[in-house]
Design a protein around this ligand. Structure first.
Ligand code: MG
Ligand code: MG
Length: 256
């Protein structure tokens, strides 16, 4: 069942969303050659606690992993797609890309957002990967209009990615969000005809999160049981926003 949110609930989700935005904005400023992914983690956790919020990911139990995620951030470097773990040993170097994903719970409601940042000098092809992934998210956001259907969102993302010669990850998807981090429906980054295609109505809130591989779409999970990487070792990018369907069109809750 898709849970639609009232205006009062959207206002609460907005506060959670803006905190997530502030954290990711700070992370973007911090990313440079020599910084470790654990440096990012420590600053993000400080900001979450200072805001009186709870981290959404730290302590999150995944049945697939069989453990609780131990960090407030997912930091996924280069061929890591999602769910990478911050580490003092992972020092960023020029030419890397790092995807930073975080979520918070504030006043009972969740925010969730991600972006991918280039470190130092990256190749033109890597720049294009980041640009196309971010554009695909914007195209998905534009479809968050009452009367459209879920597949309009999924298809807009998929078409832009594939038209540019990249591939969308199939094993991980976006999601509804509200008083739970993950609610119905699933939001794949491609049209999955096995799924239902519900009509988008006012008050529906989705976390749209294209995960895009420069090479083949296939992924595998490392022995830590969390970190997903591309099977072919190609780089992957990830951008995410929480978006509400409103009478005024799409409202992106995770940016000002
Ligand atoms: Mg996320
Ligand atoms: Mg998410």
């Amino acid at each position: 069942m898709i849970i639609r949110k009232s205006q009062a609930e959207l206002e609460k989700m907005r506060r959670a969303g803006l905190l997530v935005y502030q954290i990711l904005h700070r992370m973007k400023e911090m990313v440079q050659v020599g910084v470790t992914t654990l440096d990012l983690e420590m600053e993000a956790e400080r900001m979450i606690r200072e805001a009186g919020a709870k981290p959404a990911f730290k302590g999150y139990y995944s049945p697939a992993a069989g453990t609780k995620f131990p960090f407030v951030l997912c930091t996924s470097v280069n061929e890591e797609v999602v769910h990478g773990m911050p580490s003092a040993k992972r020092q960023l170097k020029s030419g890397d890309i790092v995807s930073i994903d975080t979520g918070v719970q504030l006043d009972g409601y969740y925010g969730d957002s991600a972006l991918t940042v280039a470190v130092g000098e990256v190749s033109d092809e890597v720049k294009r990967l980041l640009k196309v992934t971010e554009e695909s998210l914007e195209l998905g956001i534009r479809q968050m209009v009452a009367g459209n259907r879920l597949f309009d969102v999924c298809g807009a993302v998929e078409r832009h990615v594939t038209a540019n010669g990249f591939s969308v990850v199939r094993e991980f998807v976006g999601h509804g969000i509200g008083t739970s981090l993950h609610e119905e429906p699933q939001v794949p980054n491609y049209v999955d005809k096995r799924n239902e295609n519900p009509r988008l109505k006012e008050g529906i809130v989705l976390a749209i999160e294209p995960m895009v591989n420069a090479g083949r779409p296939d992924t595998k999970v490392l022995s830590d049981r969390w970190t997903a990487v591309t099977k072919d070792g190609s780089y992957a990018a990830h951008f995410e926003h929480v978006v509400a369907v409103t009478s005024n069109g799409p409202w992106v809750l995770t940016r000002p």
